[in-house]
Write a protein that binds this ligand. Sequence first.
Ligand code: AMP
Ligand code: MN
Ligand code: MN
Ligand code: MN
Length: 285
Amino acid sequence: MTNRYDLHCHSTASDGVLSPAEVVKTAADAGVKVLALTDHDTMDGVDEAQQAAAQHNITLVRGLEVSVSWFGYNVHIVGLGVDEDSEALQRGLQNIRDFRAWRAEEIGRRLRRDAGIEGAYEGAKAFSNGQSIGRGHFARHLVAVGVEEDYNKVFKRYLVRGKPGYVPGEWAELSEAVSWINEAGGQAVVAHPARYKMSRKKLCNLLEEFKELGGTALEVVSGTYSKDDIFNMANLASKFELLASAGSDYHAPGNWSDFGKLPPIPEICRPIWHDWPLINQIDDN
Ligand code: AMP
Ligand code: MN
Ligand code: MN
Ligand code: MN
């Protein structure tokens, strides 16, 4: 059985390639019944997605994915059921987006200086909506101009830590991300915990701190996970008494995960949606 909840995906409001309405239609066509749009550091796409959801008989959860720095790691915290009018959230996200805008120019400068690549900032910007430029836009541009043949390879060669286009910097603090989400009436979820290159001990420290700060869940099922990852994350969710979430982290058709393919959450976990009012409408795990 597949999972009809998909609580993590991206649109053109950040680094996805489909518009919010197209994302909703694509998810609905693939059998998703409850979808959260979780763009990086913005909720700008959510209204459009909500309107499309009404047409496609799908329930939309208003979400986002907040970029956090934690002991030098870039950790992502998904917020679900978030009211974007919350002032603390708005202020916090504006600061992150200001950093993101500066960082994009800096990535361009470093690619020129250290890798001899001209025009990367302008190219990446053209792939974005101009509001929220991320490394994904740089990767698409560098593929389009033939610097690398494949999206993931661009990351490996140019955009990850230690490579010319990686710009370290301070995103939000973990405590800020959790409190903005909670104050906005949402639930905080550690995104793709199996994907951080952290020791198990470090990951346990992260989850312990997250729980103490008022975090709710972790992604036990993610589009990029192996079976072992799901098993390990399910165990961590029970160890730290966190609820379990599931999300593809969809960015583009055929990229790393298409909609409608997520496996169910293992039975030892309690799904984050267990007490959501819409649970009654969906017969799923
Ligand atoms: P940013 O928030 O601009 O630093 O970009 C983070 C995004 O880049 C992630 O959400 C992914 O979409 C993408 N990303 C990060 N690392 C990789 C990687 N190693 N391979 C492919 N995509 C990646
Ligand atoms: Mn992304
Ligand atoms: Mn992420
Ligand atoms: Mn994501």
